[in-house]
Design a protein around this ligand. Structure first.
Ligand SMILES: [Zn+2]
Length: 76
């Protein structure tokens, strides 16, 4: 049997819980980031300067950040 002090046991339990919480937080951050990219953005291609950019899903047209032209979404 492995012997340890009460302090070592408590440190082991708290350390395991902390690592588990960090892993769960990282998982949700990763999952929400993927969902955010796919669910809330349109892809636009500027007809004037050919720049490709992303914008909010709530708008059907968006202003080009390079030249200022208004463009319709090419992919939703
Ligand atoms: Zn442009």
């Amino acid at each position: 049997m492995i012997e340890c002090t009460l302090g070592q046991f408590c440190a082991l339990v708290l350390g395991t819980a902390l690592v588990s919480l960090v892993l769960v937080a990282l998982f949700y951050e990763w999952r929400d980031g993927r969902r955010e990219k796919t669910a809330h953005q349109h892809v636009y291609r500027c007809e004037r300067c050919a720049r490709v950019y992303v914008g909010s899903r709530t708008r059907t047209v968006a202003k080009c950040p390079r030249c200022g032209a208004m463009n319709e979404a090419i992919r939703t």
